[in-house]
Design a protein around this ligand. Structure first.
Ligand code: PEP
Ligand code: MN
Length: 357
């Protein structure tokens, strides 16, 4: 059950409810999410308890806990979720661009990428320091040193950092260096981990599990939201199908579908979504056309020598071409790119829905 409270509820009224729940032995958690105060109840209520809640003047509604997602749904919140990350709006009319290598490999490599992105007016750099590799014998990332290097490069060029966190034990460390914490496809259903990410005050970019249905993906987001973190970005990154011609099948339809089902911003990662360099730009453009709020792309100064995902990493010049084309597609669908060197459009969404970070 979920007890929705009226917005003007006082601290004292909250305490009345908390003590009642404690006395009755009802397992509960209190949350404030998107401006709505709620008590999440984890026990079945007796008739008398239901009667008590519904009699209270400061209780707005007593709702059944859904089998699937609620907080992530458009039914819970109509306005698209937007928030700022170090001065850059996520989920607004401008489409965010995140680019960088699969892995941070060296100071030279990440500075080269950061300088290039800065030159293009891109605002976000990506790069894995802790890598979830399928084989334990492949490059596992530079760990903390990688985090330090990407932060240093980002700071030198005024960029924001997106990097993956692969385990609960690393959340504090990664949070120190990252502006957005990425949850990889392999961890999308690691529920304990998702709950821990719900307790932090940093945005989480939640990749779609490679075997996950849309509903499972939204329920993964629900774990983060219901644990208290309202800054969640969904990222389509392709799913496994019977076809092995491509590494993954990019589910472009998931983008407008998520827009129908949820208020959360949805990004697209055509690099993992295809696994092939030649398909990255076409799928990035398709994603922009389909309504993606952001594009995340792997780029490398020397992809053939990359320590991970070289096959799907764009050469820097190819990325410039992608951005130019994406800019034209964004214009065609009434949007623009969050990128200084691309021409801006003026029809930005109203700012009253913005949750400040
Ligand atoms: C990545 O972004 O480098 C990555 C490992 O992504 P995914 O979790 O989508 O495979
Ligand atoms: Mn990668």
């Amino acid at each position: 059950m979920i007890v929705k409270l009226k917005n003007e509820i006082s601290l004292q009224q909250k305490e009345v409810l908390s003590s009642f729940l404690q006395e009755q032995g009802i397992n509960f958690e209190y949350r404030e999410i998107y401006g709505q105060s709620i008590f999440l109840l984890f026990s079945t209520l007796l008739e008398s308890q239901i009667a008590y809640f519904t009699s209270l003047p400061f209780v707005e509604e007593l709702a059944e806990t859904p089998k699937e997602y609620l907080l992530a749904s458009g039914g819970w919140k109509k306005a698209p979720t937007m928030f700022n990350v170090a001065g850059q709006l996520i989920g607004g009319n401008e489409i965010n661009i995140i680019a960088g290598p699969c892995s941070v490999e060296s100071e030279e490599q990440i500075f080269k990428v950061a300088e290039y992105l800065h030159g293009m007016g891109v605002k976000f750099i990506r790069g894995g320091a802790y890598k979830p590799r399928t084989s334990p014998y492949r490059f596992q990332g530079l760990g903390k040193e990688g985090l330090q290097l990407i932060r240093k490069a980002a700071d030198a060029y005024g960029l924001r950092v997106v990097t993956e966190v692969i385990d609960s034990s690393l959340i504090a460390e990664v949070s120190e260096y990252a502006d957005i914490l990425q949850v990889g496809s392999r961890n999308m259903q690691n529920y304990y981990f998702l709950k821990q990410l719900g307790k932090i005050d940093k945005p989480v970019l939640l990749k779609r599990g490679m075997y996950s249905k849309i509903s499972e993906w939204l329920m993964a987001a629900e774990y983060i939201l219901s644990s208290g973190n309202e800054k969640v970005i969904l990222c389509e990154r392709g799913i496994r199908t019977f076809d092995t011609t491509v590494r993954n099948t990019m589910d472009v339809a998931a983008i407008p579908l998520i827009k129908e089902l949820s208020h959360l911003p949805v990004f697209a990662d055509p690099s993992h979504g295809t696994g092939r360099r030649d398909l990255v730009t076409p799928m990035a453009l398709a994603s922009v056309a389909a309504g993606a709020d952001g594009i995340m792309v792997e780029i490398h100064p020397d992809p053939d020598k990359a320590l991970s995902d070289g096959m799907q990493s764009l050469y820097l010049e190819q990325f410039k071409d992608l951005v130019n084309k994406a800019n034209a597609v964004a214009t065609a669908v009434g949007r623009s790119l969050d990128c200084d060197n691309s021409s801006k459009k003026t029809n930005a969404k109203p700012s009253e829905n913005v949750v400040s970070v």
